[in-house]
Design a protein around this ligand. Structure first.
Ligand code: MRU
Length: 340
């Protein structure tokens, strides 16, 4: 099994450097929260659940740094740390969910920062362990949707690398294979950061799960040719009316609808933000260099031409067949009934 994406070891945050995959599997280690914030921003670590755990561990590092300070200064510094981590990426709910969860502890135990640090470290470690357990349950629930011989299309990377381990969208595939079913994956390359080509293909090959990569523009044809049985994607935020996920997901959902292919979204409950609607969510816009230059290197557009680089798009509930959480598989209507 591919190693954990992120771990807390000896008061350090250790993470796989996803910017250099699939060529090298190397780890980064951080001892201060500013470096963790930068790692989230530049996408050494990415994927909504993994970002959430990184944020919590970043906050844990901040408690170590500031635990010698008097209470009021300690709280001020912790607020600065929370703000810095919050500002890294705006779309994935898990980042804010994780900081809010840590903040509950910070704000309820302000009198002894040293003791508090231990509590925050334990909470961050617990969140990492919970993530794996939640993903295993998503796997169990989602595997019931897969039949022997199915080919699953996925977009971006919502696998082990997007979480602590095991993944969300790829969890049903992993569990169905563990149950003895013959399942294979088609991965959209996912321009511009190529998470499908670089990361999904890497982790599935690492775990000997059959995978083929296609250009983003081919998924409609591949569906029409009858080569896909189900689509499963992850999500960065689920509002009361739509699913936010990597740019290109909406087009995949439209093509799935037009070809009568079920379109499922794997979503841990930490990604649900059902008090919001699409209008409340900020979609991250990233550096245009990601579009103008392949992997920041070869320029593919004429000098002086502008690019738009929205990182996520919006798939309305009407295109979603079911949402797989750690508790079960729900239609969008039933999801709202259960969790809103
Ligand atoms: O920009 P990224 O790589 O962080 O985007 C990741 C995705 O869009 C994933 O599909 C999403 O975070 C779900 S991960 C389980």
């Amino acid at each position: 099994m591919i190693p954990s994406t992120i771990e807390w070891i000896d008061n350090k945050v250790k993470m796989i450097d996803q910017t250099i995959l699939p060529h090298k599997l190397e780890f980064l280690e951080f001892t201060n929260y500013r470096d963790v914030a930068t790692a989230i921003k530049v996408m050494n670590i990415r994927g909504a659940p993994a970002i959430g755990v990184a944020a919590a561990m970043g906050m844990a590092l901040a408690t170590i740094e500031y635990k010698g300070l008097p209470k009021s200064e300690f709280l001020k510094k912790m607020e600065e740390a929370a703000e810095r981590i919050r500002s890294t990426r705006p779309t994935a709910s898990n980042l804010f969910w994780a900081i809010d969860r840590i903040w509950k502890i910070v704000s309820s135990y302000p009198d002894n920062p040293s003791n508090l640090s231990e509590l925050v470290i334990e909470e961050a470690k617990l969140m990492a362990q919970e993530d794996v357990n939640v993903n295993k349950n998503i796997g169990k629930n989602g595997a019931t949707l897969l039949e022997d011989g199915d080919v699953v299309l996925t977009h971006c990377n919502a696998g082990s690398l997007a979480t602590v381990q095991y993944g969300t969208a790829l969890a049903p595939v992993r569990t169905a294979i563990e149950d003895g079913k013959n399942i294979s994956v088609i991965a959209d390359e996912t321009r511009p950061r190529l998470q499908g080509a670089r990361l999904t293909a890497y982790e599935l090959q690492y775990d000997k799960i059959p995978v083929k990569v296609i250009s983003d523009t081919s998924s409609g044809l591949i569906m029409r040719l009858g080569k896909i049985n189900k689509v499963i994607v992850g999500t960065d935020r689920v509002t009361s009316d739509a699913v936010f996920n990597k740019i290109g997901t909406y087009l995949v959902a439209l093509a799935a609808k037009d070809n009568n292919i079920p379109f499922y979204v794997a979503a841990p409950t930490s990604t649900l933000s059902l008090h919001e609607t699409v209008d409340d969510v900020k979609i991250e816009q990233r550096d245009s260099l990601e579009v103008s230059n392949i992997l920041g290197k070869v320029q593919i557009i004429p000098d002086g031409v502008e690019c738009l680089n929205y990182a996520f798009d919006i798939t309305p509930f009407r295109l979603v067949t079911g949402i797989i959480t750690e508790d079960g598989v729900f239609s969008p209507e039933d999801l709202l009934k259960k969790y809103k």
